[in-house]
Design a protein around this ligand. Structure first.
Ligand code: FES
Length: 104
Protein backbone atom coordinates (compact mmCIF):
# COMPACT_ATOMS: atom_id res chain seq x y z
CA UNK A 1 0.00 0.00 0.00
CA UNK A 2 1.06 3.59 -0.41
CA UNK A 3 3.14 5.24 2.24
CA UNK A 4 3.05 9.00 2.84
CA UNK A 5 5.25 11.00 5.18
CA UNK A 6 4.39 14.34 6.73
CA UNK A 7 6.90 16.85 5.44
CA UNK A 8 5.72 20.38 6.18
CA UNK A 9 2.73 22.64 6.75
CA UNK A 10 1.19 24.62 3.91
CA UNK A 11 1.18 27.68 6.18
CA UNK A 12 4.98 27.53 6.34
CA UNK A 13 5.46 27.67 2.58
CA UNK A 14 5.55 31.21 1.33
CA UNK A 15 4.38 31.90 -2.22
CA UNK A 16 6.57 32.85 -5.17
CA UNK A 17 9.92 33.21 -3.51
CA UNK A 18 9.44 31.02 -0.50
CA UNK A 19 10.96 27.61 -0.45
CA UNK A 20 11.49 25.36 2.47
CA UNK A 21 13.96 22.63 3.11
CA UNK A 22 13.17 19.52 5.03
CA UNK A 23 14.99 16.27 5.40
CA UNK A 24 13.47 12.97 4.42
CA UNK A 25 15.42 9.77 4.86
CA UNK A 26 18.61 11.80 5.00
CA UNK A 27 17.89 13.62 1.75
CA UNK A 28 17.06 17.31 1.73
CA UNK A 29 13.73 18.10 0.09
CA UNK A 30 12.67 21.48 -1.21
CA UNK A 31 8.98 22.40 -1.08
CA UNK A 32 7.41 24.97 -3.36
CA UNK A 33 4.08 26.70 -3.76
CA UNK A 34 3.44 27.17 -7.46
CA UNK A 35 0.14 28.83 -8.28
CA UNK A 36 -1.36 27.43 -5.08
CA UNK A 37 -0.13 23.98 -5.94
CA UNK A 38 2.40 22.36 -3.61
CA UNK A 39 5.38 20.61 -5.22
CA UNK A 40 8.49 18.97 -3.80
CA UNK A 41 11.85 18.10 -5.33
CA UNK A 42 15.27 17.08 -4.14
CA UNK A 43 16.94 20.14 -2.69
CA UNK A 44 20.46 19.57 -3.92
CA UNK A 45 21.27 20.79 -7.41
CA UNK A 46 22.82 17.88 -9.32
CA UNK A 47 25.32 20.20 -10.98
CA UNK A 48 27.06 21.22 -7.78
CA UNK A 49 26.45 21.46 -4.10
CA UNK A 50 23.85 24.22 -4.10
CA UNK A 51 20.56 24.23 -2.21
CA UNK A 52 17.62 24.90 -4.50
CA UNK A 53 15.79 26.28 -1.45
CA UNK A 54 18.07 29.28 -1.83
CA UNK A 55 17.17 29.72 -5.49
CA UNK A 56 14.50 31.72 -7.24
CA UNK A 57 11.06 30.58 -8.28
CA UNK A 58 9.66 32.00 -11.49
CA UNK A 59 6.79 30.77 -13.63
CA UNK A 60 6.90 27.26 -12.24
CA UNK A 61 10.66 26.98 -12.50
CA UNK A 62 13.44 27.02 -9.93
CA UNK A 63 16.72 28.73 -10.68
CA UNK A 64 19.78 27.41 -8.90
CA UNK A 65 21.49 30.14 -6.85
CA UNK A 66 25.00 29.00 -7.78
CA UNK A 67 25.23 28.89 -11.59
CA UNK A 68 21.67 29.81 -12.56
CA UNK A 69 20.71 26.43 -13.94
CA UNK A 70 16.91 26.17 -14.24
CA UNK A 71 14.56 23.24 -13.58
CA UNK A 72 10.86 22.79 -14.16
CA UNK A 73 9.47 22.30 -10.64
CA UNK A 74 6.58 20.01 -11.53
CA UNK A 75 8.54 17.63 -13.77
CA UNK A 76 12.09 18.14 -12.51
CA UNK A 77 13.30 18.57 -16.09
CA UNK A 78 16.46 20.62 -16.68
CA UNK A 79 15.60 23.68 -18.77
CA UNK A 80 18.68 25.83 -18.90
CA UNK A 81 22.45 25.14 -18.87
CA UNK A 82 24.57 24.24 -17.05
CA UNK A 83 22.12 21.70 -15.61
CA UNK A 84 21.54 18.68 -17.82
CA UNK A 85 20.06 16.04 -15.51
CA UNK A 86 16.59 16.10 -14.02
CA UNK A 87 15.99 16.48 -10.32
CA UNK A 88 13.91 14.01 -8.35
CA UNK A 89 10.27 15.02 -7.97
CA UNK A 90 8.16 13.74 -5.10
CA UNK A 91 4.49 12.92 -5.27
CA UNK A 92 2.73 15.30 -2.89
CA UNK A 93 -0.67 15.45 -1.30
CA UNK A 94 -2.18 18.06 0.96
CA UNK A 95 -4.71 17.29 3.67
CA UNK A 96 -5.96 19.81 6.22
CA UNK A 97 -2.98 22.04 5.58
CA UNK A 98 -0.45 19.25 6.05
CA UNK A 99 1.91 18.40 3.20
CA UNK A 100 2.74 14.74 2.71
CA UNK A 101 5.22 13.23 0.28
CA UNK A 102 4.99 9.71 -1.02
CA UNK A 103 7.71 7.55 0.43
CA UNK A 104 6.58 4.12 -0.62
FE1 FES B 1 23.27 24.42 -9.58
FE2 FES B 1 25.66 24.71 -10.71
S1 FES B 1 25.20 24.04 -8.70
S2 FES B 1 23.72 25.17 -11.56
Amino acid sequence: SEQWTLLAEVADISPDTGTLRAVLDGEAVCVYKVDDRICATQDRCPHGNASLAEGYIENGTIECPLHQGVFDIASGAPLCPPVTTPIKVYAVKVEDGHIYVRTG
